[in-house]
Design a protein around this ligand. Structure first.
Ligand SMILES: *[C@@H]1O[C@H](CO)[C@@H](O)[C@H](O)[C@H]1NC(C)=O
Ligand SMILES: *[C@@H]1O[C@H](CO)[C@@H](O)[C@H](O)[C@H]1NC(C)=O
Ligand SMILES: *[C@@H]1O[C@H](CO)[C@@H](O)[C@H](O)[C@H]1NC(C)=O
Ligand SMILES: *[C@@H]1O[C@H](CO)[C@@H](O)[C@H](O)[C@H]1NC(C)=O
Ligand SMILES: *[C@@H]1O[C@H](CO)[C@@H](O)[C@H](O)[C@H]1NC(C)=O
Length: 394
């Protein structure tokens, strides 16, 4: 009996310590936004001033785990879990809720939907002790300015970051609060602000997967880009997209239909993977991707924010190869809270493309799927074109 009492007292002390343990909050793009925070793990879920209230049951229900990585700085291994969470309250006047942009914004079509008080988050859960060490919140860009005014690594897009001094043990029910303690000028990771995504991304090819964890669905995916000639082929399973400088063909191999659209072209598709919308997340050594067997560890740079392309606007973790800057894929979040979510593109086999040649040798091409009669109708005739030679150079 005495033993049990001692154990109880000890765990209450530990809990108190955790409750008082503090953390940091800052918006990566806003230097003055840094503050110290206090965690309240014994909150009942009510809203209080300068506090954000998270629901554990939503976290355990909604987060999806596509990526496992080792942080290059700390050598710690984490799961990057993504999710749309209902988070009540606000800190100062910062609105961290995700808002869908108006239709037409930077070429965005309809399709984005969300709910009130929804934050789109990346949770960093340690693979060692299964505790939560940090949260990134993807900012939607609201209030929406005219796109021409957007500047690299400047608001309104980007991310807010919660860093906890100690890990928080994950729970299946109840709530926790992150409350403002005081302003601070010591933002951790300030140097992250200076990193910019290669612009445009260097031409490369990738063969890998497109997968949706919720459906246990994995299919083939291809990415071949040729920036010089503004050509891109992207595929996901039975869907094929052929972009050129004017628009894109979409081929559905199930219905065997090819449609031409001018709503987005090569520039719209590729040049929006950009530091106007994405913040540097750090150097990660990816050890596991969901859907990939026998993954070889790979050093990448992670970028967190929004991608804006033919599919609309969507929040992502985007990955580039640390050595080459090549695009490697992305984990996509859905903006609507629902059980399990998101999707992933990941290219295990990748490298540099040879201008035009790599695009030309891809099958099925636009002629084979019946979009055009001649491949040059879509490819155009490039400066370094080899078509006039009548054979493919080796
Ligand atoms: C935690 O929140 C509850 C209300 O939900 C409050 O009664 C309690 O004082 C808070 N604890 C701390 C340490 O702020
Ligand atoms: C939660 O705690 C606050 C005080 O911190 C109190 O005003 C409120 O009634 C409590 N709510 C519930 C549902 O117990
Ligand atoms: C979590 O999932 C369980 C089982 O599907 C469901 O009963 C519960 O309402 C969900 N909770 C939330 C907060 O979505
Ligand atoms: C995340 O994925 C890894 C590898 O697929 C798995 O071992 C781990 O249990 C998952 N973590 C969670 C929290 O689901
Ligand atoms: C792109 O392809 C379309 C459809 O074949 C064609 O009309 C257009 O001229 C092409 N654009 C360029 C720049 O070659």
């Amino acid at each position: 009996m005495i033993n049990i009492l001692i154990v109880l007292t000890f765990s209450i002390l530990l809990l108190t310590k955790t409750v008082l343990c503090d953390g940091f909050f800052y918006m990566q793009r806003i230097p003055s936004s840094c503050m110290k925070t206090t965690l309240n793990l014994s909150t009942n879920g009510s809203v209080s001033n300068n506090c954000l209230t998270f629901d554990w049951s939503q976290i355990s229900n909604l987060t999806t785990n596509y990526t496992t990585y080792i942080d290059s700085d700390t050598n710690q291994m984490y799961y990057a879990q993504i999710g749309a969470l209902t988070v009540l309250g606000n800190i100062d006047n910062y609105n961290l809720n995700y808002e869908c942009p108006p239709i037409g914004y930077n070429g965005v079509g309809s399709g984005c939907q969300t709910l009130p008080n929804t934050q789109l988050v990346v949770l960093y859960v340690s693979a060692l002790d299964y505790k939560l060490y940090a949260i990134d919140i993807i900012l939607s860009g609201a209030p929406f300015p005219v796109p021409e005014n957007l500047i690299d690594n400047q608001p309104p897009f980007g991310k807010a970051h919660h860093q906890f001094t100690m890990g928080i043990p994950l729970q299946s029910t109840g709530y926790f609060q992150i409350c403002k303690n005081k302003d601070s000028n010591k933002c951790p990771n300030k140097n992250l602000d200076e990193h910019k995504l290669p612009y445009p991304l260097p031409s490369n090819y990738g063969y890998g997967i497109f997968g949706i964890q919720a459906l246990d669905f994995v299919t083939d995916s291809t990415w071949i880009m040729d920036d010089l000639n503004k050509l891109l082929i992207v595929t996901a399973g039975t869907d094929y997209y052929y972009f050129n400088a004017t628009g894109f063909f979409m081929y559905d191999s199930v219905t065997k239909t090819c449609t031409w659209s001018k709503s987005c072209d090569y520039i719209c598709e590729v040049y929006n993977y950009n530091s106007r919308f994405l913040d540097f997340g750090g150097e990660w050594i990816i050890t596991k991707k969901w859907g990939i067997k026998d993954m070889q560890p790979l050093a990448v740079e992670a970028w967190i924010g929004n991608a804006i392309d033919a599919a609309g606007i969507f929040p992502v973790i985007l990955y580039t190869d640390k050595k080459t800057g090549h695009y490697l894929g992305l984990d996509k979040l859905d903006s609507m809270p629902m059980p399990k979510m998101g999707a992933t593109y990941w290219y295990t086999d990748h490298g540099k493309t040879t201008a035009r040649t790599s695009i030309k040798t891809y099958h099925p091409n636009v002629v084979e799927v019946g979009c055009t009669k001649d491949i040059t109708e879509w490819m155009g005739v490039g400066d370094n074109d080899d078509i006039g030679l009548g054979f493919d150079c080796v």
